[in-house]
Ligand binder design. Structure first.
Ligand SMILES: Nc1ncnc2c1ncn2[C@@H]1O[C@H](COP(=O)(O)OP(=O)(O)O)[C@@H](O)[C@H]1O
Ligand SMILES: [Mg+2]
Length: 256
């Protein structure tokens, strides 16, 4: 009997030690997870800032090369000012996330967010033979962190454009509100996505774009991951429908 009690005591001790080790491991894991998140976030931000900086350099060049064309120079400089403002806005929102402040959601006109994205991308879609068909009610409000939702829309729109180069096509943006949700559809008539790739498109660093591909730029493979993170942080969902060589439709659902 005393032997049994002794055994039980030592077993209990062992359990205590194991529990303590488990707690320590869990704490370490959560610290490592936080570090991993920072790594992903850094890569994502670099991707976004790059999206903004690339056209910014082009605008500055246009201004430099056409000093006598006042109108063109002014337009290029306005876009430069706008893009640099957006870059610092993004960095500020990241700083607020890192500092633990929650970026604030507010009611925004979806149509205005989309218009801002188009003025930001700068490049004329008509030049790439891409027709824009937009059906978004002027007064449709969504409750979002504006700078984050702009990045989401921008990623989808840039992906759609790149899927239609060369050859052109149509970019179709529709949105409507139902009782408790808002649906935004961004569709293109571009290259489409194969069933095999469909499973990977939201994975970090998955990209089919190389400098040799028609879009002529290497993809970072972070755009869609970034979209997913942001939409889910707004309690929304993303669905995809695609047929190779016919086109792709991304459906974003947000709570109203
Ligand atoms: N509209 C689209 N049409 C065709 N393929 C797309 C579309 N959007 C995304 N994809 C596919 O998903 C991949 C990942 O997209 P993304 O995360 O934005 O990275 P990136 O654009 O840097 O390649 C793309 O490389 C492409 O293969
Ligand atoms: Mg992309």
């Amino acid at each position: 009997m005393p032997q049994l009690i002794e055994k039980r005591r030592s077993l209990n001790k062992e359990i205590d030690v194991q529990l303590k080790e488990k707690k320590e491991l869990e704490a370490r894991l959560s610290r490592l997870q936080a570090l991993a998140n920072i790594g992903t976030l850094t890569a994502m931000v670099a991707h976004e800032i790059n999206n903004i900086l690339m056209p910014l350099g082009n605008y500055a060049n246009v201004a430099l090369q056409n000093p006598n064309d006042k109108e063109l120079t002014e337009k290029a400089l306005k876009k430069t000012v706008f893009n640099s403002g957006r870059a610092s806005e993004i960095l500020e929102s990241i700083l607020s996330i890192v500092n633990g402040e929650s970026a604030e959601k507010r009611a925004c006109r979806l149509k205005q967010l989309i218009d801002t994205v188009f003025s930001c991308i700068g490049r004329d879609f008509e030049k790439d033979c891409i027709k824009l068909k937009m059906n978004v009610p002027e007064e449709l409000d969504i409750s979002v962190v504006p700078v984050q939702m702009q990045q989401v829309l921008m990623n989808f729109i840039i992906n759609a454009r790149e899927a239609m180069i060369p050859g052109g096509g149509s970019l179709i943006i529709n949105a409507h509100k139902e009782q408790d949700s808002v649906t935004i559809e961004i569709a293109d008539t571009g290259s489409g996505i194969t069933a095999e790739n469909m499973e990977k498109i939201f994975e970090p660093f998955f990209s089919t774009k190389t400098p040799q591909s028609p879009a002529a730029r290497a993809g970072s493979g972070l755009g869609l991951l970034f979209c997913k993170e942001i939409v889910e942080s707004h309690a929304g969902t993303i669905e995809v429908e695609s047929k190779p060589k016919q086109g792709t439709k991304f459906i974003i659902m947000l709570p109203a």
